[in-house]
Design a protein around this ligand. Structure first.
Ligand code: ATP
Ligand code: MN
Length: 451
């Protein structure tokens, strides 16, 4: 509704009769009337209501309104004489739908810390910051869908319960039916919550060409970082007849497209983050959309990191898995823009990544962004049956259990590639929120899953 008012304003349609349904943010009384700030969640801006003393329930109700009360107001939209707003609604009637006792309502007018708000995850969406995050998240989700649909990718709903545990054995949540017997698992095999939809997406890519998944993913990582959740959403495209270059191009285009979409459609919310959460956020996003990403190999990255190795806690040498501090040095200090690192040692990457001719590296690519580090992880997949079987055996995987995956290489195998984009990390990047717990409605982390 308030969002509609902004549209009306652009068309200069004031003096319109309308009904607004929302929640009181503040009340201020003068001699003859009260000012009420009302928000309905459709946008950041509140609408100022002028409630005249003449209203029949002024003394009995309106004068008692406080933050959090729900109301339905009918009145006329008029140009406002006050600074800082274009219009106000002159109430002709105001119905109180639900009261919110000011003695106990936790959201008072003062600004609350994001940490405190996390402890009331059922009320925090009512704040400016969390409301804005929620709208931006929704918009980004829509933009992701638009990006793929406009390019004729087919969405695949991959399973949440899976029996392919090869990738994340250590960090998987197990799924058991109540009363299930150890030797008689419900699904015949040990099952768990998915850590990635990639293997299943590969199945469909080899039939439908270009596919993507966008769904929840679970990892029992017992690390309390600002970039890890136990339940997060991931976008995983998979493309047949595609190599590493085409994969990097798609990931770059996707990031630029969705961030441009947010810049175009979430201006008001992004301005809030730009002011209170991350100074310079909007120009950072504009730069990402406009400028080229840096491309470098893992070997080149290790060379750069070796030049400044004394600043790192973890020693740098060829063969290590890049730590967050290394990733962030490259993207935040050295290049100050997104960096795509390619060709990692095969020893630190999973079996399905395509082995390069040097025999030591795989056709992998990670995209690192300032403030976060890794936002995308992807690769060209190993399409050769003999190489794949060998790498799986070396990784201690039971080939029989993955016969279906090997069939993809037995029948009509093609070069193919894909990546995973962590949706919460994307929302973090777009909003400037430094903690991932702020960008998902109900975060799940070790020891924390209140509602
Ligand atoms: P990291 O090294 O940051 O733990 P990863 O290499 O384990 O990430 P991948 O398996 O490559 O992650 O997953 C693809 C993408 O999913 C990552 O680039 C990241 O954006 C996101 N991601 C991975 N783990 C998490 C998590 N626990 N919470 C939120 N997002 C995650
Ligand atoms: Mn990764």
């Amino acid at each position: 509704m308030l969002k509609r008012i902004q549209t009306l304003l652009k068309q200069k349609k004031v003096d319109t009769e309308m009904t607004v349904k929302g929640w009181i943010r503040t009340r201020r009384d003068t001699g003859a009337f009260s000012f009420l700030e009302v928000n309905d969640g459709s946008c950041l801006a509140n609408l100022q209501i002028i409630a005249d003393k003449q209203l029949t329930n002024y003394d009995t109700e309106i004068i008692k309104l406080s933050a959090g009360c729900s109301v339905v107001i009918t009145g006329t939209l008029q140009e406002s004489p006050a600074k800082g707003q274009d219009v106000e609604l002159h109430a002709e009637s105001l119905e109180v739908v639900g009261w919110a006792d000011p003695e106990s309502y936790p959201l008072q007018k003062k600004r609350h810390s994001l940490e405190f708000l996390r402890s009331i995850s059922h009320l925090r969406p009512r704040t400016n910051a969390l409301g804005a995050v929620t709208r931006v998240r929704s918009r980004l989700s829509f933009a992701v869908q638009r990006f793929f649909q406009e390019r004729d990718f087919v969405q695949i709903h991959t399973p949440i319960i899976t029996t392919s545990d090869c990738e994340g054995a250590g960090e998987m949540f197990q799924v058991r039916a109540s009363g299930e017997k150890e030797d008689k698992p419900f699904f015949g095999l040990q099952a768990g919550l998915t850590v990635s939809g990639q293997l299943q997406a590969e199945v469909y890519a080899q039939a439908l060409g270009q596919v993507y998944t966008f769904g929840p993913t679970f990892r029992a990582e017992n690390s309390n970082t600002s970039r890890h959740l136990a339940e997060f959403w991931m976008i995983e495209p998979e493309m047949a007849f595609c190599d590493l270059d085409c994969n990097m191009e798609l990931a770059t285009d996707l990031l630029k497209f969705v961030l441009q979409d947010a810049l175009d459609n979430c201006e008001e919310d992004l301005a809030l983050f730009n002011k209170f959460i991350e100074k310079g956020l909007v120009s950072k996003l504009q730069d990402v959309v406009e400028k080229d990403f840096v491309h470098m190999t893992y070997t080149a990255a290790v060379n750069e990191l070796s030049k400044v190795k004394e600043i790192f806690e973890y020693p740098v040498e060829w063969g290590i898995d890049l730590q967050s501090e290394h990733e962030r040095y490259l993207t935040e200090k050295l290049y100050k823009c997104p960096v795509i690192v390619t060709d990692y040692p095969s020893s630190i990457k999973p079996f399905y990544m395509r082995l390069s001719d040097d025999g030591k590296t795989v056709a992998a690519m990670d995209i690192l962004v300032p403030g976060i580090g890794e936002i995308v992880g992807g690769s060209q997949r190993e399409e050769r049956l003999d190489v794949l079987s060998r790498r799986m055996t070396d990784a201690g995987i039971n080939l029989e259990e993955y016969d279906w995956y090997l069939d993809l290489r037995r029948y009509g195998t093609v070069p193919h590639a894909g990546f995973g984009l962590g949706f919460e990390r994307l929302v973090q990047f777009a909003t400037g929120m430094s903690n991932i717990r702020e960008v998902i409605p109900f975060p799940r982390t070790p020891g924390f899953a209140p509602c």
